[in-house]
Write a protein that binds this ligand. Structure first.
Ligand SMILES: [Zn+2]
Length: 352
């Protein structure tokens, strides 16, 4: 039975903090895609009406039945065009659905961030890909994980300057791009800083953090800056070391290999390419949600990475991933709560 815990309208006084009886039942309606009637409610403070559907992630969606299917395809390395053919949707409709789902998952990932224990080990690395044009528009993607659980804390992309072997054709192409878009800036330092600070946010201040990276010269400074409120133990490994299981950075290398496999956009030698960087970022959020919440840590495991770090009590289903809206921060409904409790209340209950 659904019970709303607050008014969904932001300007209402019952939005941030609601009384127990802030709304009353206001009938119900039938939706073509639901077998049960959808209950409606009326807020006693602002007088506006809303329904159970107002709190769902597929609120106002056309073809909500295809959301899970699209998510499964995207998280399995299939591109937007092929997904649209498979689902029988137009390309534009598939793009819009992907965008909405990915933004929802970005909020879910942030809302379900765990509190990491003292003494946890984080691993950080960057890999390269590109947007639209391989030889002129490279991108760097910093990735941060918790080593033991393989929990992906954060990943995002940043533009970098083209580097490496320069042929005449390539120099001409870079000049052409520079004329069109202005000189390409290197923004990777900012992305590294933001990714590391996402890690610092989820470790208690004052706790001991072990950070493992390769020997890139800028990392020690960046790490000290991000983890200044912690006792930081920074361990560095030469990136020329063979990438075998005994390599201390194997967990992050393995995570990146899995990412390259499951996100078609970052595969090497592939037709699937992000034309714009911001859509790669959305694809990364879909992958993070799938990796942390749905997939097992290893095939032989029962638990997901998010379960191992304590942010959920079991692996989520695809349906739970796209269940409740997540745009109200910790006051959004927890995807695992049967009684529609908020994420904050669910955490308190789990801790008690
Ligand atoms: Zn209201």
């Amino acid at each position: 039975m659904f019970t709303p815990r607050h008014c969904p309208y932001r300007h209402c006084s019952q939005h941030d903090r609601a009384d127990a009886d802030f709304c009353s039942r206001h009938g119900s309606y039938f939706a073509a895609c639901r077998s049960h009637p959808v209950p409606r409610f009326r807020c006693k403070s602002c007088g506006r009406t809303f329904s159970r559907q107002t709190f769902r992630a597929d609120y106002r969606d056309h073809r909500p039945d295809l959301n899970q299917k699209l998510l499964r395809l995207i998280a399995s390395g299939v591109g937007i065009r092929q997904s649209s053919r498979t689902l029988g949707l137009s390309l534009r409709c598939t793009e819009l659905k992907f965008r909405k789902l990915a933004r929802h998952l970005r909020r879910l990932n942030l809302n379900l961030q765990p509190q990491l224990r003292t003494g946890c080990t984080l691993q950080f690395d960057e890999f390269e890909t590109f947007e639209a044009r391989r030889n002129t528009r490279p991108l760097s993607v910093p990735v941060l994980i918790e080593r033991h659980s393989r929990f992906v804390v954060w990943a995002e992309s940043a533009q970098i300057r083209p580097h490496g072997k320069m042929t005449e054709n390539r120099i001409r192409a870079i000049e052409e791009d520079d004329r069109k878009f202005g000189p390409r800036k290197d923004l990777s330092a900012r992305a590294v800083r933001r990714t590391l600070s996402r890690g610092a946010e989820i470790v208690q201040p004052g706790a001991v953090v072990r950070l493992q990276t390769d020997e890139k010269l800028s990392y020690p400074h960046q790490a000290r800056r991000a983890f200044r409120r912690h006792r930081l133990l920074h361990e560095r490994t030469n990136s020329k070391l063979a990438r075998m299981t005994w390599n201390p950075l194997f967990p992050i290398n393995h995570t990146e290999a899995m990412l390259r496999d499951l996100l078609g956009r970052v595969r090497r030698q592939s037709w699937l390419v992000s034309k714009k960087r911001r859509y790669l970022d959305l694809g990364l959020q879909v992958w993070i949600a799938y990796r942390n919440l749905v997939r097992r840590r290893f095939n032989s495991d029962e638990e997901s990475p998010a379960q191992l770090v304590g942010s959920v009590d079991r692996r989520l289903s695809w349906g739970e991933l796209v269940s409740w809206r997540q745009d109200w921060g910790l006051r959004s409904i927890h995807p695992r709560s049967r009684r529609c409790r908020s994420i904050a209340a669910w955490r308190e209950g789990a801790a008690a």
